[in-house]
Design a protein around this ligand. Structure first.
Ligand code: PLP
Length: 387
């Protein structure tokens, strides 16, 4: 075992030297965008709780009701005895919300991505992935054994060139809808047009678009006027919807296939009833109160304008606003400065983002007040002046 000890210590020391070592920081939430850090209240500008639904009393009440009625856990996989009317109702609500024929739940967004790619793609296939795709999409491709070809970020011209260089019978294009670390949207119309021209299957991960963009927060497809039939859609319940879990939305035959073939669906326990019930409540709230998404858009606009006034241009319209600082040290210094002033935005460093692009990934929520956003911008102005 000496070699293992050497390997573990050696790796951690290397990470420490490169300022890339990660550590867990306990936070006690005291609201959708506030938490206690080392006993001090801080305002979060980093969470994916875009609509503040984690703390909506209606969501919490539905989770409590499900907990009392159905118990703490599901007890088994969906295909064994873990499938309840709640799971079915959530799949129906997701399909309705996304305008798809059907939807299927997974334990997380991560596993939904792995499931789709590993179940649909084989080792003789080719997958063209946007360079900035999330780890779960890349892991799904790796698991499938297919050839992975990465095209330039959001660049259909680069994709077209690579399609010509890599012919094949079964080819897939994989992208995020709203990119998690950059906040920009994929050019889905162009990607879908290429897919039609070359008979490609398009997989879109709408983890950060669900609840944040498009009419009523229906996501990137709705935002760009693309029919759900054109792509396979994946997503998560853990960001704007404030719960836990992942999903795939698409035609009935795809859902039937995944139910029979997707190992991360078959060989794992069904989501806990409380998480399922809170996601149903979140979707119902979104359907009844589209103004929640408008409030988020207004807060994103305020933050974007504030950043522009500081000389930081973040084009787009999503609630993810990257402030790229370059080195991990610079990003850490900005993080510490802001934390000392009561704002919590952890530095995002490689390998989560490419080398040389360490950043503060600033996110806004519908639950932020205008005063919180103004206070954060004032602190950021000082942090940048001090850097
Ligand atoms: C683009 C993207 N896809 C998938 C996931 C995974 O979602 P979940 O947290 O539900 O596993 C994330 C979250 O980190 C993400 O940013």
């Amino acid at each position: 075992m000496d070699w293992l000890q050497g390997f573990l210590h050696g790796t951690l020391e290397e990470l420490e030297l490169a300022r890339l070592k990660r550590q867990l920081t306990p936070l006690i939430p005291v609201g959708p965008v506030r938490a206690l850090w080392e006993g001090r209240e801080v305002v979060l500008f980093c969470s994916n709780n875009y609509l503040g639904l984690t703390h909506d009393p209606r969501v919490i009440a539905r989770a409590q009701e499900a907990l009392t009625k159905y118990g703490a856990g599901s007890g088994a996989a969906r295909l064994v005895s873990g499938h309840t009317p709640l799971h079915q109702a959530l799949e129906e609500a997701l399909a309705r919300f996304k305008g798809a024929a059907r939807a299927l739940l997974f334990p997380t967004g991560y596993t939904a991505n792995i499931a789709v790619l590993s179940a649909l793609v084989g080792r003789h296939d080719i997958v063209f992935c946007d360079r900035l795709c999330h780890a779960s999409l890349l892991d799904g491709v790796l698991l499938s054994g297919a050839k992975l070809v990465r095209f330039q970020h959001n660049d259909p011209v680069s994709l077209r060139r690579l399609l010509a260089a890599h012919p094949g019978r079964r080819r897939f294009v994989v992208t995020e809808g709203v990119f998690s670390m950059d906040g920009d949207m994929a050019p889905l119309r162009e990607l879908v047009a290429l897919a039609e021209e070359f008979s490609l299957v398009v997989v879109v991960d709408d983890a950060h678009g669900t609840g944040t963009v498009g009419p009523g927060g229906r996501g990137v497809l709705a935002a760009q006027g693309i029919s759900p039939e054109k792509v396979i859609l994946t997503g998560t319940l853990s960001k704007a919807l404030g719960s836990l879990g992942g999903f795939v939305a698409g035609p009935a035959v795809l859902i039937e296939y995944l139910t029979n073939r997707a190992r991360p669906f078959i060989f794992t326990t069904a989501l806990p009833p409380a998480s399922v019930a809170s996601a149903i409540a979140a979707i119902e709230i979104l359907e009844a109160e589209p103004e929640l998404v408008e409030r988020l858009a207004e807060n994103a606009r305020l933050m974007r304008e504030g950043l522009t006034a500081l000389g930081i241009s973040v084009p787009g319209e999503t609630p993810i606003l990257p402030l790229i600082l370059g080195t991990p040290e610079k990003a850490r210094r900005a993080q510490e400065y802001l934390l000392a002033r009561g704002y919590y935005v952890p530095a995002i460093r490689p390998p989560t983002v490419p080398p040389g692009t360490a950043r503060l990934r600033i996110t806004v929520s519908a639950a932020h007040t205008k005063e919180e956003i103004a206070g954060f911008l004032a602190a950021l102005r000082e942090a940048l002046a001090a850097a």
